[in-house]
Design a protein around this ligand. Structure first.
Ligand code: PGA
Length: 247
């Protein structure tokens, strides 16, 4: 596992974007595993800038996103499809037909998940999987306690997540109660993993994930068993690891 220290959020975003850009440059028809959340937004901005400068070509790239809310269409501004269009796809020359997000409108969970696993296989697997990390060590919607063996599956959102999301919707009825997420097994099958973390709220999760016991209670701890992981984290996110004298 490589740990790349960044000064702050902008530095982290630039360094992580350079790694992803190098994968695209070396293999223009690669498959990117992409993530939503606030952490990758700066990375995506850097990729857009590289495209605008003529340094990156997305025309042959495929992308596979980690997760999507069940019940939301891609035009809903809370959906992860909408997020990806707004933060990356609408600004580069990627073919949207080659970009995949779980089908939130598929009501049959087994079918939605089986279809997604098949999509991942049909594009030949993921060359580089981008991950953020939750304050509790979650990756995608794989929350503490989830089995490591799972592929794409449907998860029940926690009561606190549902309540936190309620403010974005007109009625409680519209707030998603479930999500489809790639499982740890899909994530571990990616050839490379790029984990990005920023801010002191991630310091504990990062320390436990990189140096603690490997346990489903800290989902990201499984990454210790992957052979090609790069972590790009800023000083705040690395603060506890540094305090323990491990960096
Ligand atoms: P964040 O989310 O980037 O918005 O902090 C990360 C995550 O929960 O995976």
């Amino acid at each position: 596992m490589r740990i790349i220290k960044a000064k702050d959020y902008d530095d982290m975003s630039r360094k992580a974007a350079n790694i992803m850009a190098s994968v695209i440059t070396l293999d223009p028809s690669c498959t990117l595993g992409l993530a939503t959340g606030s952490t990758p937004i700066g990375l995506y901005k850097n990729l857009i800038a590289a495209y605008e400068n003529g340094n990156l070509d997305f025309s042959k790239v495929h992308s596979i996103n980690l997760d999507e809310y069940k019940g939301l269409s891609g035009d809903n501004d809370q959906s992860y499809r909408y997020f990806m269009n707004a933060n990356l796809f609408d600004h580069v020359n990627i073919d949207k037909n080659k970009t995949y997000v779980p089908n939130g409108l598929e009501e049959d969970s087994d079918k939605a998940c089986a279809d997604y696993n098949e999509i991942i296989r049909s594009v030949g697997g993921i060359d580089i999987q981008l991950l953020g990390i939750g304050g509790n060590g979650h990756i995608g919607f794989n929350e503490p306690g989830e089995a490591f063996e799972k592929e794409t599956h449907c998860v029940d959102l926690t009561e606190s997540t549902i309540k936190a999301n309620a403010r974005f919707f007109e009625s409680m009825y519209e707030v998603p109660k479930q999500a489809y997420t790639m499982g740890i097994k899909n994530i571990m099958a990616a050839k490379k993993i790029l984990l990005v973390a920023t801010g002191s709220a991630k310091a504990d999760a990062l320390y436990k994930s990189l140096y603690g016991p490997i346990t489903p209670n800290v989902p990201a701890s499984i990454l210790q068993l992957h052979q090609d992981v790069t972590v790009v984290a800023d000083e705040d996110a690395l603060s506890l690891i540094k305090e323990k004298g491990l960096l």
